[in-house]
Design a protein around this ligand. Sequence first.
Ligand code: SAM
Length: 256
Amino acid sequence: MHVHVVTIFPEFFASPLGVGIVKRARDGGLLRVSLVDLREYTSDRHRSTDDYPYGGGCGMVMKPEPIVTALDAIAAGAPRARRILLSPRGAVLDHALVEALAREEDLVMVCGRYEGIDERVRSFVDDEISIGDYVLSGGEIAAMALIDAVTRLIPGALGNVASALSESFASGTLEYPQYTRPAMFRGLAVPSVLLSGDHAAIGRWREREAQRITQRVRPDLLKKPAERTPGAPAESPSGLGGRRDTTVEPPPAGSH
Ligand code: SAM
């Protein structure tokens, strides 16, 4: 998989891309990440990526030209790439969406900053994805969360295939409780079945515990998709339904 991240802070990614499973996937050729510095696609002396909002208001808005020029440049090498805009307005990321993204060969992730991005950029992306109902200062953390979650599902990225299958959400439930040594810690014992060596009994216990925990803390996960929270988009995860060709009336000149 090749991920192209469009950002004004490429340096942000150095540390998280350089450790653990993501690093191993990159070293092993399973994952390639290209950091696309948005400032390289500006056309003015100051390399500005933002401007004042039309209609007034606080903060700055990311300009459409550098972002769309960067997307065009990426498309020249990866025409079928799925383009994602990280945004609090997007579909909230979940396991099903991570699975779908993990099947792509090329992903483009556009990271916003400031007060957000010029609305017209939405016409040039396929999906809009949020990592939760809160506001981050920029899309970089969201993009990194996406890269990390997707990488775990690339075949061969996890040392043990079984661990991806047994993890929370993969099987429709949260994971069963995990223990390691010592068998007794500050008066808290490891459940005896885990010390029994009876793998069938351990399997049944884990399944029961996964169900019990999910029922207690996330009963919504046990419902069929159709019974979950209403408002699930029908056409695409983001509800955008792919890139749109929209014509937007230009605002009157000088009306910031
Ligand atoms: N003014 C915007 C609003 O109220 O929705 C928030 C802009 S936020 C400060 C700047 C950028 O951070 C966004 O353009 C987006 O790329 C990213 N961002 C913030 N929260 C996010 C979230 N929950 N999920 C994904 N990206 C997020």
